[in-house]
Every structure is written in C-alpha cells, then in structure tokens.
Design a binder for this molecule. Structure first.
Ligand code: GAR
Length: 190
C-alpha cells in the first residue's frame, strides 16, 4: 500500500505544519509530505520544511491574481496530492482549485463563528467566554466549508490575543493530526 501524498500550505511560523510533518515522520500519520507551498518569502515554515527534507514551493501573490491561481493549480497538479492540508495558509484559493483538490483547513475559532483572518481577536472583541478550533473542508467561501471536527477552548479574563491563540494552537495541533488520521483511514478504505 503506497502512503497517501500530503501537500501542506502555510504562510507563517508553521507550528501547525510542524505537527503534521512530525506526525508523518514518526508514522503517527500513514502519509508522506510531498511538498510545502508558502506564499511568504522568509516565513519560518519554509525553514521547518527544509529541515525535514521536504520540497518547498514559494508562491507569493502576484498583481495578476488569475495567474497566481493557475500557478497554484499547476503546482498542486505536479505534486498530485491525495489531500492538501492548509495549516495557517492566509490566502483564499480559487473556486477551480478547491473543486479540483481535497483541501482541509484548520481555523482558530468555532466556525461558523468568527471566520476570516482575525478569528482570535474577533472572539475576544465579541466578549466570548469560549472559542476553539475547527477542522473543515475548504470550499470557495471564506471558512464556510463542511465542518469535520471542533474543540472548545475556554477564554480567561486575562487573555490577550497572543495567549489565547497559543492555547488554541495547542488544541489545534492535536485535533488536526487526529482528524487527518481518520481521513487517511477513510482514504485507505475507499
Ligand atoms: C493557526 O492558528 C491557524 O488556524 C491560523 O493561523 C495559525 C497558524 O499558526 N489560520 C487561520 O487563521 C486561517 N484563517 P502557525 O503559523 O503557528 O502554524
């Protein structure tokens, strides 16, 4: 049985990406990370992937959005992933791209609450008592795809955006790896 091919997409630090890289390397995930796509030059996640011997693809946004969209599809086609893992990737993918590939994303809030790029800040600003993390399929909307798994994280009175985000990410890393495990088991059965 060949291992499932994962492509990770990320934009920044890459701590979530790292947990997936580590889970594949230690065989917690029956998968091979065949590439990492990043849109931000100099992002820490690029070094993390290089350290793990994973091929990296730098894809900064272009002034011609359609060109970027088609380059993204071409790169993914080349890598032929069974599953694309969006782990802190801060770009919206084209409708064609999301229709073509199975893409799963993690989001630092309990969707449908607080979609978008500032989910942690928005939860604090709304005075929420709890928030969390959501693993969901990516569709052509902004964090609107079908929800696969969620975990609640309590908000403390003393929380800052940074402290809350760090606690969410602890839950996020575990939930993402566990969810990928079950998606990959379904992949083997199908
Ligand atoms: C994670 O919390 C992820 O859910 C979030 O970015 C963070 C990346 O952390 N993604 C989004 O907000 C996407 N809407 P990391 O760089 O430490 O992996």
């Amino acid at each position: 049985m060949t291992k499932a091919r994962l492509v990770i997409m990320a934009s920044g630090n890459g701590s979530i990406a790292q947990s997936i890289i580590d889970a594949a390397a230690s065989k917690v995930l029956d998968a091979q990370v065949v590439g990492l796509i990043c849109d931000k030059e100099g992002a820490q996640v690029l070094q993390r992937a290089k350290d793990a011997g994973i091929q990296t693809y730098l894809a900064p946004m272009k002034s011609d959005r359609k060109l970027w969209d088609s380059e993204m599809i071409n790169t993914l086609e080349e890598l032929s992933p069974d599953l694309v893992v969006s782990a802190g990737f801060m770009r919206i993918l084209s409708a064609e791209c999301v229709a073509r590939f199975r893409i799963v994303n993690s989001h630092p809030a309990l969707l449908p609450l607080f979609p978008g790029a500032h989910a942690v800040r928005d939860a604090l600003a709304a005075g929420a008592k709890e928030t969390g993390t959501t693993i969901h399929w990516v569709d052509s909307g902004v964090d609107t795809g079908e929800i696969i798994a969620q975990e609640i994280v309590a908000i403390n009175g003393s929380d800052t955006e940074a402290s809350l985000h760090e606690r969410i990410k602890i839950a996020e890393r575990k939930l993402f790896v566990a969810t990928l495990q079950s998606l990959l088991a379904d992949h083997v059965r199908s």
